[in-house]
Design a protein around this ligand. Sequence first.
Ligand SMILES: Nc1ccn([C@H]2C[C@H](O)[C@@H](COP(=O)(O)OP(=O)(O)OP(=O)(O)O)O2)c(=O)n1
Length: 178
Amino acid sequence: MILSDKRILEEIEKGNIVIEPFHREYLGSNSYDVHLGKYLAVYRDHELDAKKHNQIEEIEIPEEGYVLQPGILYLGVTQEYTETHAFVPFLEGKSSTGRLGIHIHATAGKGDVGFCNTWTLEISVVQPVRVYAGMPIGQLIYFPVDGEVINTYNRKPDAKYNQRTYKPVESMMWKNKF
Ligand SMILES: Nc1ccn([C@H]2C[C@H](O)[C@@H](COP(=O)(O)OP(=O)(O)OP(=O)(O)O)O2)c(=O)n1
C-alpha cells in the first residue's frame, strides 16, 4: 500500500510526515515531488575505496545551470528537508527526469522510518544534460510499515546520514566494520 495524496496531507497534519518547504502543487496523486538543491559534489579521486573515507569536491549550480557528463557520479541533494516518523519513505525518479536519461539514485531508494534530513541523490546521466537548481528531480512515496519499529533511524546511534545538512553527503561506508 502506498499513501494517497489525501493520506499524505493527513499525516503532515499529524506531524508523522514533514516536508519543508511544502507546496500543495507538488503533491501528486500518491507522491510528493522533490527538487534539486543548488549543491552537487563529485569524488576527488577517480578510483574509490569502499574502506576509506573518499573525499568530495563541491559544485554550486549556477543560474544558467550545470551540464552533467556521463561517466561521472554526481552527488546531489534535495531542496526538501523531510521527516518520516511512521512510514517508510522511498525516493523514486520521475518519468520526466528518466526521459532525459537522468538516474537519481544508485540502487538506494529506500529510506528508513525516523529518517530526518534532506536526501542525497546519486546522479548519473546517459548523455550530457544541463540541470538547474530547483528543477523537479524525484518524488517521495510512502509505505505503511507493518509492526512496531524498535530502532527508528533518528534513534540509531550509528545512523550515518541523519545529521541535518543542505549539501550532499558522501558515502560513509568506511564507518562499517568489515
Ligand atoms: N538515495 C538515498 C537513499 C537513502 N537516503 C537516506 C534515507 C535513509 O533512511 C538513509 C540511510 O539509508 P540506508 O539505510 O540505505 O543507508 P546505509 O545502510 O548505508 O546507512 P545506515 O548504516 O546509516 O543505515 O539515507 C538518502 O539520503 N538518499
